[in-house]
Design a protein. Structure first.
Length: 299
């Protein structure tokens, strides 16, 4: 039984884009994934996104993706939304992943803009519509032009929002003006996909976060969100400013790398990375420790 959703908060408010733990020899660590998922939900997450880029989706097989969804749903699916990444730059493959995620018990889908091939807006419209048509699951779009090479234009977002199963957007566009218009015109539930902009996006209408730093500071993110919802702008700003060293430190290099390092420092399941990602150097690890300490994280 999935948690109760509302049109305003279809996947809850605070979600972490979860890393995929691996064993020492690089195999999928399903036990570690279940323990990490339980830890994150205990910390205050309403939901988890699995098989996203932070989950090293480019280097996990389709079978591993399905196994991971099933394991995380078994661990926390009665307490938190489990949203499965199903987007690729191949529409047919994306449909296969979407159906497999539904079969594995996912509560929703995350569909990223097709990357590298740089399709036109009509291609984006047809791609996302096909994914939404492929299952009965609600869909969260993922707009991240810095990685995909193509933004989802506001007009396209508005048209996609007409689909009954496209209910949300994860915004990593970094453009508060465009976000303001898209939120106002589309009516989609808007989630910040850029931790540094969590508070600014709330101010223009976002309802929550899909976070990377949520691996280590979910209680603080929850407190920031609650302060904002309660109208305590001063407190929300104080929490945001306290977390600035964490936001900065976790993205000095690729976020999966620093996240797995931070989890390792806290003796939480993470394991190694799969190439082309590589571990932090000793110097980078020391810098990460300083950044986290400056943000109040206990190691």
């Amino acid at each position: 039984m999935a948690p109760t959703s509302t049109p305003q908060t279809p996947f809850g408010r605070v979600l972490t884009a979860m890393v995929t733990p691996f064993t020492a020899d690089g195999a999928l660590d399903l036990d570690g994934a279940q323990r990490l998922a339980a830890h994150l939900v205990d910390a205050g997450n309403d939901g988890l996104v699995v098989n996203g880029t932070t989950g090293e989706s480019p280097t996990t097989s389709d079978a591993e993706k399905a196994q991971l969804v099933r394991a995380v749903v078994d661990a926390v699916g009665d307490r938190a939304f489990v949203v499965a990444g199903a987007g690729t730059n191949d529409t047919h493959h994306s449909l296969e992943l979407a159906r497999a995620a539904q079969d594995a018990g996912a509560h929703g889908l995350l569909a990223v803009t097709p990357y590298y091939s740089k399709p036109p807006q009509e291609g984006l419209l047809r791609h996302f519509t096909a994914i939404a048509d492929a299952t009965d699951l609600p869909v969260m779009l993922y707009d991240i032009p810095g990685r995909s090479g193509v933004p989802i234009n506001t007009e396209t977002i508005v048209r996609l929002a007409e689909h009954p199963r496209i209910v949300a957007n994860k915004d990593a566009k970094g453009d508060l003006g465009r976000a303001s218009w898209a939120i106002a015109r589309s009516g989609l539930a808007w989630y910040s996909g850029d931790d540094m902009l969590n508070l600014p996006l709330l101010s223009v209408g976002a309802i929550g976060f899909v976070s990377v730093v949520g691996h280590i500071v979910t209680p603080e993110l929850r407190a920031l969100l609650d302060a904002h919802l309660n109208g305590d702008v001063t407190k929300a700003t104080e929490i945001h400013q306290k977390l600035l060293p964490v936001f900065t430190g976790m993205f000095r290099t690729q976020g999966v790398i620093t996240t797995k390092a931070a989890l390792g420092l806290q003796n939480l399941p993470a394991g190694p990375l799969r190439l082309p990602l590589v571990e932090l150097s000793p110097e980078e690890t020391e810098q990460l420790k300083r950044d986290l300490a400056a943000g109040g994280v206990q190691l």
